[in-house]
Design a protein around this ligand. Structure first.
Ligand code: MLT
Ligand code: ZN
Length: 462
């Protein structure tokens, strides 16, 4: 070590793994946003909760900023370390610590991937139902830090619903044991829920106890092509009211265009403005017939221009790939991402207004819409036109986001549905949260992070 501060950290916690090689700083200093140049001081990779706590205590005593780090698949800059911070990577803490068959809970370390949690639950004949495309890379600690949502929220809720216990090393250095797996606990403020979605600004999750669900039912997957967003909402209401929806995801022709540019086969002969991937539970005897009847009803009404019901698992996976491949297919363009929500009932009006404003003011942009209809969550990705330099692009995208924030305010929505505020949306937080609410959040942050070391600069400024 040549840095005296790191020498000191090394002396105080002798077994702690510390990385300072340029390639490691680069790797751990960024997330999927790719907009900031990584410049961390070093990477600390604790092997257990005791080491993680020791690092936080040392950082508090020495006023060193910490960036908690999981799979770094975030899209809001929450895990970016661009200002000499110490990255506290939980990636080595990735074990399943226990399964309780009576409580039906799984206790895990924070660095475990979502996919490994799925697999561990399945080994016990149960399921952890939060799911999204980054499952193989994202970590449960990061999911908790952003209250991650994904493709099954309309059926199972957000991450928040599934965390019954949480061990958090607060910025103060205290280890807080929150929730303790209790189903009922009416004993004052539920600090667990403050930690969930706090984006690493209050502390570091070092252990989580997750509630498990019954194994998923058999399902049918369909892909529908639709002429307008209004009919898409009618189809949603039909399927939701007549059947049991496990997922209802939408994307536009532009999204499909980018996925297919990456490989794969067009699902239909013609291009359509909107597409839906719907997954339906097939539990009861009449479910298959009910699904066909609903499908035929939607066709008969002229709501569905074309459609296919997957014949088997391979085709179902193929249809899902059209939706789940969107993020990856856009990544090489380094899109400017917006992740907004409004009440489900407000979606058609919001989308129509926002689409018109963008088409009028920013015709130069390829704007790609997709998202989670059942949750009122729309992803709006803006792509840089050929020849436009990055600074100009980002400046114009910020204008776009300002317009979206104003439109969201008129429709009572939020500037971040599931990605978090991080760095990307920090300037727009006041469009979603009142000044009084932000002041309360500041107060909470001061109590749990008295030295101001936990992910400074993220969510809001001191
Ligand atoms: C998704 O729904 O695919 C994710 O939130 C990722 C994204 O918005 O790109
Ligand atoms: Zn999403």
């Amino acid at each position: 070590m040549i840095n005296p501060r790191l020498d000191d950290l090394h002396r105080r916690i002798p077994g702690l793994r510390l990385e300072t090689a340029p390639a490691e700083l680069e790797y751990y200093g960024r997330d999927w946003t790719r907009r900031w140049t990584p410049a961390p001081l070093a990477i600390a990779l604790p092997a257990n909760a005791g080491e993680a706590q020791a690092v936080v205590r040392w950082a508090g005593a020495h006023q060193v900023a910490i960036v908690p780090s999981g799979g770094r698949t975030g899209l809001s800059g929450g895990a970016v370390a661009a200002n000499g911070e110490l990255v506290l990577s939980l990636s080595r803490m990735n074990r399943v610590l226990g399964f309780d068959p009576v409580d039906r809970t799984l206790t895990v370390e924070p660095g475990i991937t979502l996919q490994a949690v799925h697999e561990a639950a399945a080994e016990h004949g149960l399921a952890y139902p939060v799911d999204f495309a980054a499952r193989g890379s994202c970590s449960i600690g990061g999911n908790i830090a952003t209250n991650a949502g994904g493709i099954r929220v309309l059926r199972y809720g957000n991450t928040r619903e599934w965390v019954t216990g949480l061990k958090l090393v607060a910025g103060s250095g205290e280890l807080l044991d929150l929730g303790r797996g209790l189903v009922k606990n009416s004993s004052g403020y539920d600090l667990r829920h403050l930690a969930i979605g706090s984006e690493g600004t209050l502390g570091v999750v070092v252990e989580a106890t997750l509630k498990l669900a019954d194994p998923p039912p058999p399902t049918q997957v369909m892909l529908l092509a639709l002429p307008s967003f209004d009919v898409l909402m009618q189809v949603f209401a039909q399927l939701r009211d007549r059947l049991r929806l496990e997922a209802f995801e939408f994307f536009t022709d532009r999204a499909l265009h980018h996925v297919l540019a990456h490989g794969g086969q067009a699902p239909f002969d013609q291009v359509h403005p909107y597409y839906v991937v719907a997954e339906l539970a097939m539990e009861g005897e009449g479910d298959e017939a009910a699904m066909l009847a609903a499908f035929e009803h939607c066709m008969g009404q002229g709501w569905v221009s074309d459609g296919v019901i997957a014949q088997g698992e391979a085709q179902a996976a193929q249809l899902w790939r059209l939706r789940e491949g969107i993020t990856e297919s856009l990544a090489r363009h380094v899109p400017y991402k917006n992740d907004v929500s409004v009440r489900v009932s407000a979606m058609p009006a919001f989308l129509a207004e926002a689409q018109a404003l963008l088409a009028q003011g920013y015709p130069q942009f390829d704007v790609v819409w997709f998202g989670h209809i059942g949750d009122g969550n729309l992803h709006i990705n803006v792509l840089r036109p050929d020849g436009m330099d990055d600074a100009q692009f980002v400046a114009q995208c910020e204008q776009v986001t300002r317009i979206l924030a104003q439109t969201l305010q008129r429709h009572g929505g939020s500037i971040s549905a599931e990605h978090g505020i991080g760095l990307v949306k920090k300037a727009y937080l006041p469009s979603t949260r009142s000044a009084a609410e932000i002041e309360v959040m500041r107060g909470i942050r001061r109590v749990l992070d008295p030295y101001g070391i936990m992910n400074p600069g993220k969510l809001f400024d001191p």
